[in-house]
Design a protein around this ligand. Structure first.
Ligand code: IMP
Ligand code: MG
Length: 186
């Protein structure tokens, strides 16, 4: 694994300090989360899995393959980060899903909850479309904030560091890493 991590160390001139979650740990946890979700709904819930792009694209792809229920997938694009490491607080909905939400069980899939601004901004938007239920599924949670609506499923309570890989980026780099790593301070 170290060898794999080292082969990514020079991406965009930034360095990774350490692997936080290995490919194997992530796969194990995503498998468990898929099993939990599968037992939480029935086939008549018309499950809609809404991924928040871009960060959730790998997590969502792995997660839905572990859910043993009929479901549909769609995406939203929200942005608040730009190229900075801290949330700007101004969450913009850059692309909206056209999926029919009314009366359906919706799972909003987020890569990581940091300030919570993205979830706070987007859950009312989806609630207004009158789903049967709305739950958040987040791979990572930094626990820096308390949300009115905490995610129902969380992969890992993660360190309060800037993490990259498995979909998470720093200035659009590192999304392709198969593991999650902490970015070194330069
Ligand atoms: P929040 O709105 O501050 O909760 O942040 C949510 C979004 O910020 C996530 O969907 C990520 O795209 C991004 N983000 C937050 N923390 C990190 C991190 O440690 N690494 C990479 N992206 C992050
Ligand atoms: Mg991002």
């Amino acid at each position: 694994m170290l060898k794999t991590a080292e082969s990514f160390l020079t991406d965009a001139g930034h360095r990774l300090s350490r692997v936080v979650y290995s490919e194997e740990e992530i796969a194990r946890r995503v498998h468990e989360m898929g099993a939990e979700i599968s037992t939480s709904f029935g086939a008549d819930d018309r499950l809609l899995v809404l991924g928040l792009l871009k960060g959730s694209f790998i997590f969502l792809a792995d997660l839905v393959r572990q859910i043993r229920l009929p479901l549909q997938v769609d995406f939203l694009v929200a942005s608040s980060y730009g190229t900075e490491k801290r949330s700007s607080g101004d969450v913009k909905l850059l692309y909206d899903s056209s999926a029919d939400v009314e009366g359906r069980s919706v799972i909003l899939v987020e890569d990581i909850v940091d300030s919570g601004n993205t979830i706070r901004r987007l859950t009312p938007v989806i609630e207004a479309r009158r789903p049967k239920s709305l739950d958040v599924c987040a791979l990572l949670h930094k626990r820096v904030t308390r949300l009115e609506k905490e995610p129902r499923w969380i992969g890992f309570d993660c360190p309060q560091e800037f993490l990259v890989g498995y979909g998470l980026d720093y200035s659009e780099n590192f999304r392709h890493l198969p593991f999650i790593a902490s970015l070194a301070d330069r």
